[in-house]
Design a protein. Structure first.
Length: 141
């Protein structure tokens, strides 16, 4: 996972999985996921075995997210993009799928209420779409 840098105009300081918008030259969403992972954290796609997707969902900010799941084979080197990524860290899958580590909170956004999953990670609460992503592992998608 990453913590985004504080100076970004979108999602500054937030915790996220690597990812981003599909570009014209990306033939598939899987290609987008691999490219974004390489760009953001410098993890070569040669270390990633894609195993599938989780269900699409929409964030409270209107983004459609298509989670792509892969297994990472060590050893590997990381080279985070210093402009976008302040920190890269690992969260064990066992922690993510443990129901006691998942909390559902309701937040107010632009006058409406939205459910958001959160996980206490590294002393912080991990809120939003990526919390929902992680919760999908436990729910068996």
């Amino acid at each position: 996972m990453t913590r985004r840098t504080d100076h970004l105009s979108d999602h500054a300081g937030q915790i996220s999985f690597p990812g981003g918008r599909q570009e014209d030259h990306d033939n598939t969403l899987e290609e987008t996921a691999l490219r974004e992972t390489e760009e953001e954290i410098g993890l070569s796609r040669t270390h990633i075995e894609l195993v599938g997707r989780l269900d699409d969902y929409y964030t409270v900010t209107g983004y459609r997210v298509t989670p792509v799941v892969g297994l990472i084979t060590p050893p590997f080197d990381l080279a985070p993009d210093a402009h976008e990524v302040a920190e890269v860290f690992e969260v064990p899958l066992e922690f993510i799928v443990e129901p006691q580590n998942q909390k559902l909170q309701t937040v107010t956004f632009e006058g409406g209420k939205a459910p958001l999953f959160c996980h206490p990670v590294s002393g912080i609460l991990h809120l939003g779409g990526n919390g929902w992503n992680a919760g999908e592992f436990q729910r068996g998608s």
